[in-house]
Design a protein around this ligand. Structure first.
Ligand code: ADP
Ligand code: MG
Length: 388
């Protein structure tokens, strides 16, 4: 609370230097998914929290159909003409321009804006700086134009911006949690119906600790597309034997066991991951209801093992980070989080062991890979909001 005013004053000052005016200030958080990985595009469940790290979009309206955007993180500005904004420029501003383009496609007319961006969500590390950018921008553009939009429509609009404009076929999780996050709660989202519940996290004396491998392997994007088509292949085969199957979400563990032999080996492994992971999310909710953090941690461990062995989206750096974490006293669970092939792990760690957890991770990881991992500790935090 103490820096709150001064943060706002700092933003006002930077904005004033760039645009000689006083902005309205909007924010949206990054996120970490606690369990439920690669389930979103299979219509399953995910369970993310919003982080205390956020993207700030300060803005004021202008009336010449221009977006004048400065990103403090990129140290760069760009001018965008809303009359010439139908396709991407292969630039960081695509996320902002994409939001504007989809808003206009949806019938919202924008007159233009001066926008200042800064973020303490690590960019490109799997904590969804992209959704934080989209959601803070969309919230701000709507507000300064007097456009009313509910949270779910805003999340969908931002997902469309990333899917259709930027060209990244992400699910809805990131935008949804950036809109809906709540203090000390995680989001249980049914990716099929978009029914959701904010679930209290009885963390007692434990914390979520996020460790960044500081790597992002190139094959991530192509493997992601491969996994999606392997899941489609599984649905195509299994739907011939099990009536009413539209996605892997529709298949129970016992149905899978019964029909597994009909799937090619690799596809069978992918399917096993998705089906067991969907169940693990539900089991994790049950564990929380019973105040059983040890069980929650075990499910996080099982999730990682399944992503590593069956879904094959982990990598040496993630596996090592998880192994180190599990060897430390006070670690209840450790897993990769996000799409994989780099990015971050999420760990559930007893509070009084967190200091030694961080130093052991940093020391051993750096020793092995010659890179110092960043570590972020965050309580589950609130979603988008205006702070001015
Ligand atoms: P993640 O969402 O996991 O951080 P992505 O690759 O999906 O990784 O999104 C990162 C991209 O989003 C960056 O390369 C950049 O183009 C854009 N981006 C995110 N935050 C900012 C920011 N504060 N300023 C400018 N661009 C940003
Ligand atoms: Mg992203």
């Amino acid at each position: 609370m103490t820096n709150y005013k001064s943060f706002q004053a700092q933003i006002n000052e930077k904005f004033g230097l760039l645009f000689s005016s006083k902005p309205r200030i909007f924010q949206a958080p990054g996120r970490v998914n606690l369990i439920g990985e690669h389930t979103d595009y299979n219509d399953g469940f995910v369970f993310p929290i919003a982080l205390e790290r956020r993207t700030t979009a300060a803005m004021i309206r202008r009336d010449d159909r221009k977006l004048e955007i400065w990103s403090e993180n990129m140290g760069e500005s760009i001018a965008i003409d809303l009359n010439d904004n139908s396709s991407k420029r292969n630039h960081w501003s695509d996320y902002v321009a994409g939001v504007a383009a989809i808003m206009e496609k949806s019938g919202m007319t924008l007159s233009g804006a001066n926008i200042y961006l800064e973020s303490d969500v690590p960019v490109g590390s799997g904590l969804s700086s992209s959704a934080a950018l989209e959601v803070s921008t969309a919230l701000g553009l709507a507000a300064i134009h007097g456009i009313e939009i509910d949270k779910i429509s805003l999340a969908k609009l931002c997902q469309r911006a990333e899917n259709e404009f930027v060209g990244m076929k992400c699910g809805i999780m990131d935008q949804f949690i950036a809109c809906h996050g709540e203090h000390n709660k995680a989001l249980l989202l049914d990716c099929r119906s978009l029914d959701f519940q904010m679930i209290e996290l009885p963390l007692q004396n434990a914390l979520f600790v996020v460790c960044n491998t500081m790597v992002k392997h190139e094959l991530g994007a192509s493997e992601y597309n491969k996994r999606r088509s392997e899941c489609e292949e599984a649905v195509q085969i299994l739907s011939q034997h099990i009536p009413g199957v539209q996605s892997l979400r529709d298949i129970s563990i016992s149905q899978f066991t019964q029909h597994a032999a009909k799937l090619p080996p690799v596809v069978r492994n992918r399917t096993r991951h998705v089906i067991t992971e969907t169940q693990r999310v539900l089991d994790a909710i049950e564990a929380l209801k019973n105040d059983d953090l040890a069980e929650f941690g075990e499910l996080m461990n099982a999730s990682h093992n399944s992503l590593q062995a069956d879904y094959e989206v982990s990598c040496t750096e993630l596996d090592t980070m998880v192994e180190i974490a599990r060897s430390i006293d006070g670690t209840l669970g450790a897993r990769m989080t996000g799409g994989g092939f780099g990015g971050c792990t999420v760990n559930l760690v007893l509070e009084d062991q967190v200091d030694s957890f961080c130093s052991i991770i940093q020391q051993r990881y750096q020793h092995k890979f010659n890179r110092m991992p960043d570590i972020y500790i965050s309580a589950p935090s609130h979603g988008m909001r205006e702070i001015s």
